[in-house]
Design a binder for this molecule. Structure first.
Ligand code: BG6
Ligand code: MG
Length: 213
């Protein structure tokens, strides 16, 4: 299989921040008296902050103005940023540093493709920033996953044709985005059983067998 680049989703793949997203939304929803069930959590994976808010407001029973929505999203992000302060390099997913090093040593380019506007902060806290040749994140895109924009941007930054890229994802929205970008897919975490995945990773290190056989 000819793979020249790996594009990693961040939240839920390289770090457990998916749990922090859930906790921060839950705190905001509880304060607002909005029912927020754990089962809704998977629908927040991969989609932008404002789209996540729309999912949560479905259960609110009232309409919110755009100004109110901005305030709610801002409040949630404040709670989320508080949780991010706990992150240390030890929170990078098991095997992630070794996998990144193996790719780089073998000439496989590595990038981030994340919908999160907090990507730079998270990578810094994990001490991973310098390991990526390119970062494409929520600060640079108009359409978040399942739109392919963020992955196409990552491939462009790496100067690698999308067909030689493989995306590692924990979200259904991300797998759809990767397929639309014409890339191969490897699913992990909650998406591991997805039919959209070309490969299924119980541990990140298993990607080496996908790339090198
Ligand atoms: C994605 C998460 O990585 O980033 C989503 O999977 C989240 O749950 C999105 O909504 C946007 O994150 P942020 O950090 O910009 O609010
Ligand atoms: Mg994710």
């Amino acid at each position: 299989m000819s793979i020249l680049a790996v594009i990693f989703d961040l939240d839920g793949v390289l770090v457990h921040t998916d749990q922090y997203h859930y906790q921060a939304w839950k705190r905001m929803a509880d304060e607002e008296g909005i029912v927020f069930e754990e089962s809704a959590g998977d629908r927040l994976r991969g989609v932008s902050r404002m789209e996540s808010l729309e999912v949560i407001l479905e259960k609110s029973g009232r309409t919110y103005t755009n100004v109110e929505k901005e305030a709610l999203a801002e409040r949630k992000n404040g709670y989320y940023r508080e949780l991010l302060e706990q992150l240390t390099p030890a929170d990078a997913a098991p095997g992630s540093r070794e996998l990144l090093a193996a790719c780089t040593e073998q000439g496989i380019k590595v990038a981030i493709g994340s919908s999160s506007r907090n990507t730079p902060v998270i990578l810094e806290r994990l001490g991973l920033t310098h390991l990526f040749e390119a970062v494409a994140d929520g600060n640079e895109i108009v359409n978040s996953k399942p739109d392919p924009e963020v992955f196409l941007l990552a491939a462009k930054k790496l100067a690698i044709d999308p067909k030689y890229c493989i995306v590692v994802e924990d979200a259904e929205a991300g797998l759809i985005a990767a397929k639309r970008a014409g890339m191969k897919t490897a699913a992990t975490g909650t998406a591991i059983k997805s039919a959209r995945a070309d490969h299924h990773l119980h541990r990140l290190e298993e990607l080496t067998a996908v790339i090198w056989g």
